[in-house]
Design a protein around this ligand. Structure first.
Ligand code: HEC
Length: 118
């Protein structure tokens, strides 16, 4: 009985972290983060790369922006996007970004952008 339970627990654990990654990816596009940070979170001309950065670093930054704290004028643009994020959304977004595997889900972007940008 025990090995079976362990197996189920492992499966559900894998499944839920995968869900979190996918949820973060959906949010990344639906909250238009991709417009500035790029479709693969690789960064753009005015916004930094987010992919593969440390999760707590990203979380800290977003929580700071959410509370209106910025270090310079370029960061002020982030406040309007961060204030709309819930704690849970920040968790999913940063989970996804820190483990970013590249633009694997082209369907998400083309679905949300109607083919534009893919
Ligand atoms: C209008 C353009 C724009 C949009 C849209 C945007 N950002 Fe940003 N983002 C920026 C700029 C500009 C900075 C600050 C760059 C700097 O520190 O000089 C930034 C910084 C960040 C940082 C800190 C990165 C670091 O390494 O310091 C995070 C995290 C971040 N953005 C996440 C997001 C998320 C998540 C979304 C979507 C909810 C988003 N951004 C939407 C322009 C944008």
């Amino acid at each position: 009985m025990k090995p079976l339970l362990l197996f189920i627990a492992t499966l559900s654990c894998l499944y839920s972290s995968d869900m979190k990654y996918n949820r973060g990816e959906m949010l990344y596009f639906s909250k238009v983060c991709n417009a500035c940070h790029g479709p693969s979170a690789e960064g753009g001309s005015s916004a930094p790369r987010l992919a593969q950065k440390n999760q707590s670093y990203l979380k800290n930054k977003l929580q700071h922006f959410k509370s209106g704290k910025t270090a310079n004028q370029t960061q002020e643009v982030m406040v309007q996007f961060a204030v709309k994020l819930t704690k849970d959304e920040i968790e999913s977004l940063t989970y996804f970004l820190s483990r970013h595997k590249g633009n694997t889900n082209k369907d998400v972007s083309s679905e949300l952008l109607g083919g534009f940008g893919s």
